[in-house]
Design a protein around this ligand. Sequence first.
Ligand SMILES: Nc1nc2c(ncn2[C@@H]2O[C@H](COP(=O)(O)OP(=O)(O)OP(=O)(O)O)[C@@H](O)[C@H]2O)c(=O)[nH]1
Ligand SMILES: [Mg+2]
Length: 444
Amino acid sequence: MKLKSGTPIPSQSRARGAILVGVQLPGAKGYPMDLSLEELDGLATTGNYSPVATVTQKLDTIYPKTFLGKGKIEELREAVDLHQPDAVIFDENLSPGQNRNLEKIFGCRVFDRSWLILEIFNDHARTREAKTQVELARLKYALPRLTGMWGHLSRQRGGIGMRDVGETQIQLDRRLIRNEIYKLEKKLKLLDKEKITQRKGRSRLYQVALVGYTNVGKSSLMNLLTEAETLVENKLFATLDPTTRRVKKNFPFPILLSDTVGLINKLPHDLVASFKSTLDEAREADLLIKVNDLSHPNLKNQMVATDKLLSELGVADSDSIAVFNKIDAIEDSSILEDMQRQHPDAVFLSCKEGEGIDDLRAAVVRSYEKSLTALRVELNHAQSGLLHAIQKHAMVVNSDYHADGVTLDLKVDPRERKKLDRVLNASVTLAGEAPGPVKNRNHR
Ligand SMILES: Nc1nc2c(ncn2[C@@H]2O[C@H](COP(=O)(O)OP(=O)(O)OP(=O)(O)O)[C@@H](O)[C@H]2O)c(=O)[nH]1
Ligand SMILES: [Mg+2]
């Protein structure tokens, strides 16, 4: 599987053995178990675990104490005896109680996809904010699960505070963790304030955000559009911190382009909360570029999962452009033709071959132009000196000179409207005004 080739985390030299457990739950729609397990396998590899066996079960009901039924537990126990893994990783979320019971039964670490994602995030987080968010999510997850058996967390002096240390068996007092959670929440609020101040300066530009499932090529596209060097890697969650760049080259106007963290099915609940601010850039964007990997066997489910997560994260579908990347990697050209028929407005491209990038730029320009408001202005001869100032804040699409002066048809960026209004003082007649089709986002 493609995702498996993720580079091991440098701080850990030896991959740890893991048994993966997948279940097909009753009435489970969407992500089929085998595809989800394949994704878990990719996640495990990225987290520096080496899957040694996979156990699956179709479940009619979840067993409250052990998640799986007696027979399956026995089968798993035998597999644990045989392979002696470092961990048993469940693809579904385990309750704290199930987690503790299973650790007792198997005598090794047991955790679920959520914790695995948190471990990966912990290793990939770079900025203060991302580290704090991941730390908070980890503590919230670990708090009810502390068993003292495996010491999921240990205290580190300085630094961010908590790091996974496997079996060092340091049990943290719950009160200590609650204190830490409180401190981290306070710190995040402060960081949030800083971010708001930083963003204020940017809000005058058209903001575009790249969003999508993990590993689809968002950072690759960011690099092509900005000619910058954002980290691109064939692994899940290569990008954890949003990067924003001002781009002018190849655009008739400057835009702010943000690369965002990749999304994944079954994201841990607390991490979803952390993502909320990580995805501020997407939430406040005027335009979303929704990137998909056309060559991925699970494309449709990834698209559904992405839309679901984006709406959970409050990233409303403002204006958006669908992009299907990696067209170079599909073997069957009918897939491309089918998708082009189904998504006539989408842009199909290949970051690898540099194909279709100009189509995307053109689509961004079209979206920007749609966001402008049409305005008609009458200037008499005495006011004709205003023309120069008007052009600073609006595009003049037509000027009609007549005996009394000139009629100007303008396209106005909503962000420039206030300034334009100051130029067009009361003496100027606004002969007609038609709102543009794209909403003027109310956060400004
Ligand atoms: N074949 C092919 N591979 C591509 C293309 N674009 C990106 N890739 C590869 O896909 C992998 C993921 O690319 P990234 O740009 O890191 O993807 P991302 O969406 O930013 O991933 P995360 O930050 O992990 O969410 C890398 O190995 C890229 O080289 C493409 O057009 N064709
Ligand atoms: Mg990325």
